[in-house]
Design a protein. Structure first.
Length: 274
């Protein structure tokens, strides 16, 4: 089964999605009916819908979409992991469709936010509920992510967007060294996603991405790597079919089993989707 491990939905509201520029192509509703034909074109049967607004209301809405649409295999939602009532928040949204939690660490002004005791107290509640934690960071926050993972050896972690290296600038260090360190923890997987929006939106080529894919594949191996489109955010730099075809081109040297793992098997195992 082929699975897109990372996509989003929203009903656009400037207050709820302040990171979307009002004039952006993203500034409109993006719903299951928009994504379904793109999945069919690429032979993708399931997706993981990921939070894009830090509200429980959005998470509940996504869970409702997952109930209504079979192709949405799971939801990575949001709760306030720093809150004293985090357990109650998690209990209030607990269901089969909830497969993980994410906090938008990349937007925190404190690059060591992931090391805060209150944040880590929240993360400590996830493993016993069978929930993955998705790590969304820029490369400058990799040290804190390593510290977080080191603290929780029994927690399943997934790195979103290969930790957002500086592809546009063509810089590979210190990202490569630190990503390899993060990958040295067996409880960490990584999404081959979000790369084209870190490259030049209008001029990127597969060759621009290749050094970063090579490092990621070497660091995690195909057994801990999963495809994600980052739709509709990817449309800033490329449409869904091009994103999927580019990923498939990078996977051509792998065996059939390894390729199908990246395109679905790893996500099915880690998130319990499928």
């Amino acid at each position: 089964m082929r699975i897109d491990s990372h996509q989003h939905f929203w009903t656009y509201d400037p207050a709820g999605y302040p990171w979307i520029e009002p004039e952006s192509v993203l500034a409109r509703d993006r719903l299951p009916g928009d994504l379904a034909p793109l999945l069919a074109t690429c032979g993708i049967e399931r997706t993981v819908a990921v939070q894009a607004s830090q509200t429980i209301a959005e998470t509940r809405w996504l869970l409702g979409l997952a109930e209504a649409h079979d192709f949405i295999g799971g939801v990575v939602g949001w709760v306030d992991l720093c809150a004293s009532d985090v357990e109650a928040q998690l209990d209030s949204i607990a269901c089969d469709e909830l497969v993980g939690i994410r906090h938008v660490l990349q937007d925190e002004s404190d690059d060591s936010f992931a090391l805060r005791p209150d944040f880590q107290a929240g993360v400590s509640q996830l493993a016993r509920r069978g929930l993955v934690y998705d790590i969304l960071i820029y490369e400058r926050q990799l040290d804190a992510a390593i510290g977080l993972v080191e603290k929780f050896p029994d927690q399943a972690f997934v790195v979103d967007h290969i930790a957002k290296p500086k592809i546009r600038a063509g810089e590979i260090e210190p990202w490569a060294t630190k990503l390899r360190k993060l990958a040295s923890f067996d409880n960490v997987c990584c999404k081959l996603s979000g790369m084209i929006t870190e490259a030049d939106w209008s001029l990127w080529t597969r060759e621009d991405l290749a050094p970063y894919v090579d490092v990621t594949l070497e660091a995690f191996g195909p057994e801990r790597l999963m495809f994600g489109s980052d739709w509709p955010v990817c449309t800033l730099a490329g449409e869904y079919p091009r994103v999927f075809e580019t990923a498939c081109a990078f996977l051509e040297p792998l065996s059939d089993a390894q390729r199908e793992g990246v395109l679905g098997g790893v996500a099915a195992r880690v998130y319990g989707v499928g």
